[in-house]
Structure formats: C-alpha cells, structure tokens
Design a protein around this ligand. Structure first.
Ligand SMILES: Cc1cc2ncn([C@H]3O[C@H](COP(=O)(O)O)[C@@H](O)[C@H]3O)c2cc1C
Ligand SMILES: O=C(O)c1cccnc1
Length: 331
C-alpha cells in the first residue's frame, strides 16, 4: 500500500482482523451495517436502582420503530439498518404506524425477576434468550456486511455490572456506575444490590454450563440475547461491533460460552460506565472511540462504523507502490 508501514495505526489491526474474519484479503466492506436493538425489562427495577419508570422501555421500543431515537439518527447518517427485537419487554407494545419497520417479537417473558432476591430467570429462559440472539444474527448476517449490538432496557446497567463482577472478578464498587445518571444514595443502593446478586454465584465460571447459570441468576434477557448475537456473528463469519457496557457484559458471557467467538468482535467505543472498561480489558479488546457516551442503543458502536469501513476500504482500494509508480523508501 502507498503509505509508510504501520502508518494507519490501529486501523491496520482492524483491516487485518476483517480479512481474518472473512478469510479473504482484502475483506469485503462492512456494509450495509445492521444494528439489532434487543429490548428487555428487569425485575430489579423494584429496588430503586434507576430514576426512570419501567414503561420507558416499551415507549422507547415504539420510538425506535418510529425512527425517533438517537440510534435511528446515527443509523440514518451512516446508512445502517435498525432492527428491533423484543426479547423480554414487560409492557404492552402498540403496533407501530405504517411504514414503520416491524418489531421482531421474540419475547421470552415479560421482564426478568428481581435479581436482588433470587434468580433473574431460569437457565432454560437464559438459553432460549441466547438462542434468540443467535437466530437474529444468523438471519441478518447474509444481508449485512457488519452487525452492530444495541440494547434498550431500563435498569439494564445493574445486571451488566453483576455480570462484569462475575466474569472478571471485579468488586461491585469497581463495576457499578451511574447508568442513566443517578445520585449518590441511588448509587450506594445499586452497589448493594449488585453485591447481593454476585454473592450468590461463583466468581469466574469456568464452563459454558456454569456461565449460563450465572447469566440466568444475575443477567438480563437482552444481555443473554446479545451474547447469542456475538456467537451468531462469529458462526456466520460476520464482524460484530460492540456498543457499551451492556454489550461488553454480554460479550463476557459469549467468551465464556465460546472463547474464539470474540475474534469476530470489535469494540466501538469506551463508554463512561466503569464496568465497560473492565469488560473490554478482560476481553483484550481496544475501543476505537472514547467519547464519554453513556446511552446504549448501539449509538457508540455505530459511530465507530466509519473507522471500520475506512480500514476495509483502504485495504481494498489503496494502490501499491508498484501499481502507482511510487518509489519505496531507502534504508
Ligand atoms: C429515555 C431513555 C433512552 C435510552 N436509550 C438507552 N438507554 C439506556 O439506559 C438504560 C440503562 O440505564 P439504567 O440502568 O440507569 O436504567 C437502558 O434502557 C439503556 O438502553 C436509555 C434510557 C432512557 C431513560
Ligand atoms: O454503556 C452503555 O451501554 C450504557 C450506559 C448507560 C446507560 N445505558 C447504557
């Protein structure tokens, strides 16, 4: 390529990873990208770990379908498609007005149980939610050059923090953050809730069965589906761009189920939630962007898409020294 070796820095690693994923060099461009927003609710809402009412999850699902959320704005800017999956919303979902895209209805149950007091879901429900993610990824993959993780679920930074503790060995104080923006008393309560949940499970589950049991005990339905989404992306040799702490915690589950699946994942950004950095560090993933985002929905992953596309296009389109008649460097 007509550039000094190494001059594209991290993007050279991205290009090499894309080529490895596709098994061809140059790799295909990561277009079109499809962001799958997995939505679910959480019984731990009863503990007062977020200032937002639970019905905001269902209302935001309607907003995604109507095209009115931040993820829709970023997707429109970047030419990405938004798919919305109900894997466990608690509320009734009104049919979206024509010509809105259809909701993918894969609801396992209307929200999890309260993970502060007992298992969030059964192991069978967790497995079925993982399978929803696998199904969505393998269905979308043939028409997508890149898959992007998205999430919606009021309270979902609480199970994310618990999963980060379980899979990295971090303490609840280290892994728990302010989510959508909570005050000090709420944060103290949230840390206490995460500690109670994590106290019931083994640290660093060593087998896929143990990982699934941890996911059922302290996770969420969208976390489970996102773990499956990463597995499905890998199974179809499709790059998957990870968003924030929900995706990061789900990727820890995916890595415990199948370590090599993470070779197909790229970290879009470093989010503000402390558990996100812990998850990425444990996974050995370097985030492409650092913008202090703390939204979710897939927004931070989508913003990294032009970097991934740039890396792929450079590898494909840039002339060689020979073909462009550019003189190579001397000694
Ligand atoms: C209007 C609104 C839109 C959102 N879009 C994503 N989230 C994000 O914030 C929530 C997690 O934060 P916590 O654990 O503090 O509740 C999730 O719904 C996540 O997707 C939103 C949250 C709100 C309120
Ligand atoms: O990092 C995230 O994905 C995130 C952070 C705060 C709230 N919701 C999501």
């Amino acid at each position: 390529m007509t550039k000094p070796p190494g001059s594209l820095g991290v993007l050279e690693d991205v290009a090499a990873q894309l080529a490895g994923i596709a098994g061809s060099c140059p790799a295909p461009l990561p277009a079109p990208a499809t962001v799958a927003v997995f939505a679910g609710d959480h019984g731990v809402h009863a503990q007062g770990v977020t200032p937002w009412p639970q019905e905001v999850t269902a209302q935001m699902v309607a907003n995604f379908l109507a095209g009115g959320a931040v993820v829709n704005a970023f997707a429109a800017e970047l030419g990405a498609v938004v798919a919305v999956v109900d894997v466990g919303v608690a509320g009734r979902l009104e049919p979206a007005p024509f010509p809105a895209p259809e909701l993918i209805d894969r609801r396992i149950r209307p929200g999890t149980a309260d993970l502060a007091v007992g298992p969030a879901m059964t192991v069978d429900e967790a497995r079925r939610a993982v399978e929803v993610g696998i199904e969505v990824a393998t269905t979308l993959a043939p028409g997508s050059g890149c898959l992007v993780t998205g999430d919606m679920g009021i309270c979902n930074t609480t199970p994310a923090a618990a999963l980060v503790c379980a899979f990295t060995g971090a303490t609840p104080q280290e892994a728990t953050g302010r989510g959508t923006g909570i005050d000090d008393p709420t944060l103290a309560r949230k840390i206490e809730v995460v500690a109670r949940a994590v106290g019931r499970i083994p640290s660093r589950p060593a087998t896929p069965e143990a990982a699934l049991a941890v996911l059922a005990e302290v996770g969420g339905l969208e976390h489970a589906a996102l773990a499956g989404f990463v597995l499905g992306a890998a199974a179809t040799r499709t790059p998957v761009l990870l968003d924030g702490v929900i995706a990061g915690s789900a990727a820890l589950v995916a890595a415990a189920l199948c370590p090599t699946a993470l070779e197909y994942a790229l970290a879009g950004h470093a989010g503000a939630e402390p558990g996100h950095a812990l998850a990425l560090q444990a996974l050995g993933l370097r985030p492409l962007l650092g913008l202090d985002l703390r939204l979710g929905e897939g927004t931070g992953a989508l913003l990294a898409l032009p970097l991934v596309a740039g890396a792929a296009r450079a590898l494909r389109d840039v002339a060689t020294f020979d073909s462009a008649g550019v003189t190579e460097k001397g000694r």
